[in-house]
Write a protein that binds this ligand. Sequence first.
Ligand SMILES: O=c1ccn([C@@H]2O[C@H](COP(=O)(O)O)[C@@H](O)[C@H]2O)c(=O)[nH]1
Length: 274
Amino acid sequence: MNFTDMLRDATAQNNSLLCVGLDPEPTRFPAAMQGDPRKIYDFCAAIVDSTADLVCAFKPQIAYFAAHGAEDQLERLMQHMRANAPQVPVILDAKRGDIGSTAEQYAKEAFERYGADAVTLSPFMGFDSIEPYLAYHGKGAFLLCRTSNPGGDDLQTQRLASVEGQPLMYEHVARLAQGPWNKNGQLGLVVGATYPQEIERVRAIAPTLPLLIPGVGAQGGDAAATVRAGLRSDGPIIVNSSRAILYASKGEDFAAAARAEAMRTRGVLEAARG
Ligand SMILES: O=c1ccn([C@@H]2O[C@H](COP(=O)(O)O)[C@@H](O)[C@H]2O)c(=O)[nH]1
């Protein structure tokens, strides 16, 4: 099944717009695991098992594994998700961007090594840096568009004098992704929940693309405003929360606490859906 169909089905089956982000930080693990990078798999698998019926996607962030030399644990986690939550698509948050020949290797890493259903990419190097991912038909690729961090202003809200109508850079990314770059219907956009007005603007330019929206929870984005700005009947959204769910409790009850926080967040998103 392709990424778009998996997302639609998981959203409907679990009544959920929520994506749980898997950003394992060993110093924040409960006492029995604390500071031990060899426990990354165990921690994340417990979170997956306790939230799989509440989410429309999981999003492991590769840096949290690679920083500890724990790529083997990410491979095991991907296998675990495929075996135990096969209905839930997995978005590998890698934010890759490089020349075509190198991008081919990154695409192989994401889709063949890890078996991800979708990946996040930086569009900064242009279409030839994106194209190798699109060769994997049915896989999704989310382009960074209007990111949740304050520094996103440095480039994304600059005007492009060389483009007709002088759009802001993030608006131009949205237009390319909805139009000429989206050759096989695989593209989506990353837009921060910290900027609901910009989500609305992106949605106007890209009415049907799936939007991956991080920034609720620890970053303080407004979950309800995010849904109102981004969700359309033919334009899906995936609202990510990582730390607020993973570290809802410092204790041995971390998985149960993560479930409770995921339920609460899913409820807020569902209520805003109307
Ligand atoms: O604009 C962006 C793009 C990606 N992220 C990633 O999402 C999660 C957010 O984690 P929280 O703990 O919920 O703040 C993290 O993996 C980021 O790398 C983002 O925050 N903003």
